[in-house]
Write a protein that binds this ligand. Structure first.
Ligand code: NAD
Length: 496
């Protein structure tokens, strides 16, 4: 096993980045364990209320000057940041593999997608232009100015430690706001490195802050009168009942991107040779810990011969996935983030057996390469005969578990998809344009795939979501993020 060099050596201490300074927290310190090796790789603070308050205060003070900085000058800072991200691309990717467990190729993909948001936000001088109408009434003109609002909080989940805060952060600062990022305390290193590069790019003190921790920091953001809005990415219970609800109560604007249970719908006319590999990355990439991962495979039609041969291919390819430490470039699937998550997934496998689904591929005793402890590994798992009333068919498992459904017709398949409380990233695999069109028209899903297994919008497009997968109106990324981070000021002018 040839391992790439680890960018974090020994045990690294995570600090907060407040007002342009790296500061120790007075909060409790927790271990961050590399899930592949089982070794402690760092210590992360669970910061206090006073620390989040200090960051918001710094951001508030930095806001007037940053707002007055011209969009072109702000964009130049983002260009410098983009160049620094490219220069440090491989290090940033390896950090993600170390702290999260995903393979190095998955991390490189994450780094690329994160950088793309910085690239798009570099266009802010034109992206945030207003518009003007002459003579809305005789001698009266009217125009709209997109205006930055102040301090925004950005709360990230554990599964994309580098990229997800970048769905929001570059647009927030490009439009002239200041930010406080709270990474998941399970994976704090990517955001620490990102903030170092933001500092090097030249963001003035207070514009870009990072406060590590958990609920106390989130509560501090929600309660703070000087936080004008929050973007959150995480699970539905927290996103809906904590973030969305309390932002409503305190008058903050909010984007809450939440959980998922995505269906991959297979039509008998699909291109099997291309579809099966796409399903492997959809269901088992990132060890199934993607909000856009396939969770349920839904095979359409009553042709048992097609069903059997398709499932044969899927099972064979799934059983050959090589597991181990993602810094070995030959590894195809890493561990899940920690033992609690593994135990939770194992619990769902037990539930599936009790519910009467057929366990076609059992990932409970995975073969792990390179002598890694198996504490956080779960192998690809496939259940057949799954239905929507089963917990394994309806609840988010967030691991490498595929539930296989059948439907007689495409209409029935769409009904099954739409019965799910979630609507994040359903997809169809077909070579028939009419089926594809009917599916995209009728399915209730914020992101829809046609022969695409991971329906992740590029930075130019909003990262959508429907039903319990999203709470809010505007989305992260692209033009919608620019609108979210600005308020429309309308001016009406008449000269006597
Ligand atoms: P999580 O909800 O546990 O945590 C998300 C963030 O909220 C973290 O920063 C965490 O520290 C904080 N948090 C946790 N409990 C809290 C509480 N009681 N009060 C206040 N804050 C709290 O989610 P996670 O496990 O980190 O991430 C996985 C989830 O994120 C999955 O449900 C996945 O589908 C979802 N996700 C959604 C998208 C999307 O775009 N829709 C993208 C990625 C992940």
């Amino acid at each position: 096993m040839a391992l790439l060099e680890e960018p974090i050596k020994g045990i690294k201490e995570v600090k907060n980045y407040i007002n342009g300074e790296w500061v120790d927290s007075k909060g409790k310190i927790v271990d961050v364990v590399n899930p592949a090796t089982g070794k402690v790789m760092g210590k992360c603070p669970i910061s206090t209320k006073a620390e989040i308050n200090a960051a918001v205060e710094a951001a508030k003070e930095a806001f007037p000057d940053w707002r007055r900085t011209t969009p072109l000058a702000r964009s130049r800072t983002l260009f410098r940041m983009k160049n620094l991200l490219e220069e440090n691309f491989e290090e940033l990717s390896r950090i993600q593999t170390m702290e999260h467990g995903k393979t190095i190729d998955e991390s490189r993909g994450e780094t690329r997608r994160g950088i793309e948001n910085v690239e798009v936000s570099c266009g802010i001088p034109t992206l945030m232009q207003g518009y003007y109408s002459e003579d809305v009434a005789s001698g009266i003109d009217e125009w709209v100015i997109p205006t930055p609002m102040g301090v925004f909080g950005i709360i990230g989940p554990f599964n994309f430690p580098f990229m997800i805060p970048l769905w929001s952060a570059p647009y927030a600062v490009a439009t002239g706001n200041c930010i406080v990022i709270k990474p998941s305390s399970e994976v704090p290193f990517s955001q620490m490195r990102l903030a170092e590069l933001a500092e090097e790019a030249g963001f003035p003190p207070g514009v870009w802050n990072v406060v590590n921790g958990g609920r106390t920091v989130v509560d501090g953001m929600l309660e703070h009168k000087d936080i004008v809005g929050i973007t959150f990415v995480g699970s539905t219970p927290i996103g809906k009942d904590v973030i969305y609800k309390r932002c409503g109560e305190t008058g903050k604007r909010v984007i809450a991107q939440c959980g998922a249970k995505n269906f991959m719908v297979i039509m008998p006319d699909c291109n099997v040779k291309a579809t099966v590999p796409a399903l492997m990355t959809s269901f088992f990439g990132n060890a199934g810990q993607r909000c856009l991962a396939g969770a349920n495979l839904l095979i359409v039609g009553e042709d048992d011969k097609f069903y059997n041969s398709f499932m044969e291919e899927v099972t064979n390819m799934s059983s050959r996935i090589k597991m181990g430490y993602g810094l070995d470039e030959s590894i195809q699937m890493g561990p899940v983030r920690d033992k609690e998550k593994r135990d939770n997934i194992m619990g769902y496998i037990e539930i599936g057996i009790k519910e009467g689904a057929r366990l076609r591929l059992d990932g409970r005793k995975p073969k792990v390469e390179g002598g890694c402890p198996d504490t956080c590994f779960v192998g690809p798992t496939i259940f057949e005969n799954v239905t929507s009333d089963m917990r394994i068919g309806s609840e988010e498992i967030f691991g490498p578990v595929m539930g296989v459904f059948r439907a007689k017709t495409l209409d029935e398949a769409v009904q099954i998809c739409n019965a799910s409380p979630f609507g994040n990233g359903h997809a169809i695999f077909t070579q028939n344009g009419r089926s594809a069109r009917d599916f995209q028209y009728n399915v209730t899903s914020g992101n829809v795939g046609i022969n695409i297994g991971i329906v992740a919008p590029v930075a130019l497009f909003p990262f959508s979501g429907m039903k319990d997968s999203f709470f809010g109106i505007l989305h992260t990324q692209g033009q919608e993020a620019v609108r979210f981070f600005t308020e429309s000021k309308v001016v009406i002018q008449r000269w006597f």
